[in-house]
Design a protein around this ligand. Sequence first.
Ligand code: 6PG
Length: 261
Amino acid sequence: MKRFAPPPMNNQEIKADLRVFDDSSMLAVAAAEAFATSAAQAVASRGRFLVTLSGGSTPQALFSLLATPPYRTEIEWTAVHLFWGDERLVPADDSGSNYYHAQRLLLSQVAIPASQIHPVRGELPAQEAVVDYGQQLQTLASAGQAWPRFDLALMGMGADGHTASLFPGSAAVFEETKPVLAVTADYGGRPAQRVTLTPPVFNDARQVLFLVAGEDKATALAAVLQGARDVQTWPAQCIQPVSHNLTWFTDRQAARLLDPA
Ligand code: 6PG
């Protein structure tokens, strides 16, 4: 049973809610509130909160905030199951690891059971890491499904319009069945070998929240949200959740080139 429909490949403009904040710290506060609300709704409805974290630098202010009151105490961390939207293939204690920063800033401060933290095993060879991550996804999936329906997918976006490790020109952007792929990408001097979740997993999520901040993202943000549909050039356009629950939190710098109309 296919739960997702690939995004329409027409020129349809993305339907998304956009909120522009004065600066990245205000964005982080709003993101923490959204995370807490999503968690409360999921736990109340289904007894657990399945979330994929984004990597890079933008979410780190959010992680730090979630590790402080009221979020550290009010979110039911023992019901949270954490995955990563993508990871670099480096050891978990490497500063290039997305897990490393989430662990340092958040996971070491809150009561998520270790068995509910599902990192990509970055120390493994790429294909072994893909198989292992796919097996971790399957442990939380419904019978016959390869991945669970995430309650929240936190997404970032690079200055080139990539999201997770779905980069311009990559075939991974068009993947419709495999939940996890190994990719190579040269971006910002960051580790090139990566593992990423694919569009069907993100587009199956109940809620998708992009966090995008900084002047360097302005061109890509305008192209992704208001330009012609071209997912090969602007991969973030391929994130169109079937739930239609898609929100972009940006700061004024990143939103600078958006047409207010
Ligand atoms: C990664 C991230 C990536 C990130 C964007 C934005 O592993 O690199 O998952 O998709 O979200 O590159 O990164 P910044 O927040 O650092 O600009």
